[in-house]
Design a protein around this ligand. Structure first.
Ligand code: CP
Ligand code: NVA
Length: 303
């Protein structure tokens, strides 16, 4: 059974196969007659819609469940909810505050569990990001990504995915907001050697892709004021973009906060690829579900 809690469950070959599946113009309806449970503890515009549409495109039925409705660990334990959902669905996707909830799901689930964003990782976003970069530059190998901002869930999965795909990663964060030593060890173990700096210009200089995310992630709202102060000088603005390669593009997982992590003139400007990037969430999700389903078939055909 393959689960996707982060990109480190995948090999470079897996990632490349998933990206290629995203281009399949007429995917086989591998989820025909099957359900996909999509459980959310936090809000979502892109991930929920992308996953729901991907499931529909594969002939399946998406079931959106808000965590408050099932009352995770209140009305019923995480384990019991997971066992029940696995009885109706070919896959369980979950967006949770605490990554350990996903690990508890994996421990009892009879179907693949996919992380739809936790405090640690956002793997379905990273796959869409690679797809967007590949569409822009034709290939991933040899590109340089400059990430400016919080070394958070999005940055961690993106760095793993980039590392597996031959993309060099440079991360600029204020002191205290970079990757931890244990993150760096994990990343290195999976082939990513990020250059970590505290000067955004060092991360962005000559880069092909400039990427940022919110300074305050969901669940950190009480830190917002402090973070605004700590991230001063880390806005991706036109001056910073001018340090990147001439052909560089700007990416952001969204939702964006114009005037904080990105200047409006950049995200709404000619180098921004945030809308195709958001649309690619659906294509990447569909590809991932196709790939998971091919593994499921393999598992079921074993004697
Ligand atoms: N990028 C992303 O995951 O967006 P949502 O939070 O709207 O799903
Ligand atoms: N880092 C952000 C990403 C949202 C898609 C968060 O966790 O809120």
């Amino acid at each position: 059974m393959i689960h996707l809690l982060d990109i480190d469950s995948l090999t470079a070959n897996d990632v490349s196969r998933i990206l290629n599946l995203a281009d399949d113009p007429s995917p086989f309806p591998v989820l025909a007659g099957r359900g996909a449970a999509l459980l959310f503890e936090k809000p979502s515009a892109r991930t929920r819609s992308a996953l729901e549409m991907a499931v529909v495109q594969l002939g399946g039925h998406p079931i959106y469940i808000s965590a408050s409705e099932v009352g995770l660990d209140e009305r019923e334990s995480v384990e019991d909810v997971t066992r029940v959902l696995a009885g109706y669905n070919a896959v369980i996707g979950a967006r949770v505050f605490d990554h350990r909830i996903l690990e508890r799901m994996v421990a009892v689930s009879g179907v693949p569990v996919v992380n739809l964003l936790s405090d640690r990782a956002h793997p379905t976003q990273a796959l869409a990001d690679l797809l967007t970069m590949r569409a822009e530059f034709g290939q991933l190998e040899g590109l340089t990504l400059g990430y400016v901002g919080d070394a958070n869930n999005v940055a961690r999965s993106l760095a793993l995915a980039a590392g597996l795909s031959g993309v060099a990663v440079r991360v600029a964060s204020p002191r205290g907001y970079g990757f931890s030593e244990s993150d760096l060890r994990d990343l290195r173990r999976h082939g990513c050697e990020p250059v970590q700096v505290t000067n955004p210009r060092e991360a962005v200089g000559g880069a092909d892709v400039v990427y940022t995310d919110a300074w305050t992630s969901m669940g950190q709202e009480t830190q917002a004021e402090q973070r605004r102060r700590d991230f001063a000088g880390f806005t991706v603005n036109r001056a910073l973009m001018s340090d990147a390669a001439d052909s560089a593009v700007f990416m952001h997982c969204l939702p964006a906060h114009r005037g904080e992590e990105v200047e409006a003139a950049v995200i709404d400007g000619p180098r921004s690829r945030v809308w195709p990037q958001a649309a690619n969430r659906m294509h990447a999700a569909r590809a991932l579900l196709m790939w998971l389903s091919s593994h499921d078939e393999d598992a079921r055909s074993q004697p």
